[in-house]
Design a protein around this ligand. Structure first.
Ligand SMILES: Nc1ncnc2c1ncn2[C@@H]1O[C@H](COP(=O)(O)OP(=O)(O)OP(=O)(O)O)[C@@H](O)[C@H]1O
Ligand SMILES: [Mg+2]
Length: 246
């Protein structure tokens, strides 16, 4: 079974062809590195999968069912979660409040339904433990390191029954030690059978955690192969165009 199948996806913004006939198949537990130069179309592809906007052409299947997302919440209901580069966390809230943002747990009976903080803290603690993160539910996000923020964003994706997690440059702005932590979080998702698409400009990250590499160049897929059969040199050549295809 495939978690996600893209067929012939194209996207143009006016005269700009951001994606050109991209097809991609992802199996459960696969970690796919998506690489390409600035403007290659990586974020556009992720945004189409996540329901931010529709493709101009092409079809998307999630678990063998064709889908047409009109907004991100529909993609999320199909098991697609996204961790964006800017993370979109609320700095003045706790880790737990961020994990549950927009899907807060409540208790009691209407009209006396109140936020169920105790259960949210407990569940958030379980999620951080499952991800082997040191993050504490009551810590304020504004006092956290980049790696801890990543853990909060990734814990958010674990609330629902997600099938695939899309990560747009999660390690771009964090320290070396924190990068290792985030790569471990990705391995934990994989071990639970969740597929991950990792967008990164960092060759060592992609080669340490991904089992497949996909390269986009000016909107076209120019490589899709097992990482063990490629090399950082080959991928660099594919990204720049020194190598046409692989
Ligand atoms: N909303 C938009 N409106 C118009 N053009 C857009 C829009 N989003 C992206 N583009 C264009 O589509 C192309 C692909 O952009 P995209 O953001 O997908 O690249 P990327 O591979 O994510 O690059 P980067 O590595 O810099 O993040 C670029 O030429 C960009 O200018
Ligand atoms: Mg981008």
């Amino acid at each position: 079974m495939t978690v996600l199948e893209l067929k012939g996806i194209s996207k143009h913004f006016g005269a700009i062809q951001a994606l050109n006939d991209v097809s991609l198949t992802i199996e459960p537990g696969a970690v796919v590195g998506l690489m390409g130069d600035n403007g290659a179309g990586k974020s556009t592809l992720v945004k189409i999968i996540a329901g931010n906007f529709p493709p101009s052409h092409g079809t998307i299947r999630v678990q063998d069912r064709e889908v047409h997302f009109h907004k991100p919440v529909e993609a999320r209901e199909s098991g697609i979660e996204v961790v964006y580069q800017d993370l979109a966390l609320c700095n003045n809230l706790t880790a737990a409040a961020n994990v549950f943002l927009g899907r807060e747990l409540r208790r009691g009976v209407w009209p006396l339904r109140i936020l169920d903080y105790a259960t949210m803290y407990k569940r958030a603690a379980e999620l951080f433990k499952e991800l082997k993160s040191e993050t504490r539910p009551r810590d304020l996000v504004k006092q956290m390191s980049g790696g801890q923020r990543q853990a909060v964003a990734i814990a958010r994706t674990r609330l629902s029954d997600s099938k695939i997690v899309l990560m747009d440059e999660p390690t771009a702005a964090i320290s070396v030690r924190q990068v290792a932590e985030v790569l471990n979080l990705i391995r934990r998702l994989r071990d639970q059978g969740i597929a991950v698409i990792l967008i990164s400009h960092r060759m060592p990250d992609v080669f340490s955690v991904c089992d497949r590499i996909v390269v986009l160049r000016r909107g076209t897929k120019v490589a899709d192969k097992e990482i063990a059969k490629s090399s950082p040199e080959e991928v660099t050549a594919l990204i720049t165009g020194a190598l046409e295809r692989a």
